[in-house]
Design a protein around this ligand. Sequence first.
Ligand code: SPV
Ligand code: MG
Length: 284
Amino acid sequence: MKAHKTESFRQVLERHDFVRLAGAHTAMGARLAQEAGFEAIWSSSLEVSAARCLPDASILDMSEYVRAAQHMQEAITRPVLADVDTGYGNTMNVTRMTHAYERAGITAVCMEDKLFPKLNSFAGGEQLLLSSVDFCNKIQSVKAAQESEDFFLIARTEALISGLNVEEALRRCAEYADAGADGVLIHSKSSSSREVEAFLDGWSREEPVFVVPTTYPDFDVDKAAAAGAAGAIFANQGLRATITALQETYDRLIKDGGSAGLSSEIASVSEIFRLQRLDDWLKL
Ligand code: SPV
Ligand code: MG
């Protein structure tokens, strides 16, 4: 039984006009998203920390996040884009981060321009940004540290999240691209896609732009592609579906006192075996 080959994020981006990414936090979630047709998987810091019942606030350490991303990457052939938050510190930390993720088989990371420790973008509170000069130094450190030319760095600006305007977001992202970022991500917590569309409209450079349409869900993949985005990240819908499914299932078991009424509504044990590739393993 051979280990499977993984396509790099850069290769996937070259093969597709538009890349759809699903957020995940386990190998199983990543496998299911790949089977559904997603071109790449987003190793979400929100999902990975929530799965530990901890806030997405730089509480888990780098090795915990890299391990989660590695588990996902080992289970799939499509690439994992790892959400590495702020890169876990300064230029020294992001250098080690790059080494660690590359060694774990990860071909793309997304690093954001917030201060370490960061807080999830939707959590309110103060969302303080690093100066663009300091963030550019971190970008340069990542690019200098990567071993493979294929390794892809997305620079994410939290300018809109921290209350700054589209012009500042554009200015920052242009600096990040000049510093060597291979792509950029514009994040927004607005219920309207207007500011993201304004950003895409104002972005005339060739570096691809990624969007996260969580709070503006009407901005679907067709609209995002038409507006000029290179990809959309459905960052947490999988986790939210999991929470609902588990709540309903556990409630039913408590209420019914047994699983007779549930069996036809939940995955079979043989479906678990299929996802484990048990047959292939048993041949050994
Ligand atoms: C994540 O999924 O961890 C993200 C996206 O960074 S968000 O939670 O929207 O900030
Ligand atoms: Mg995150």
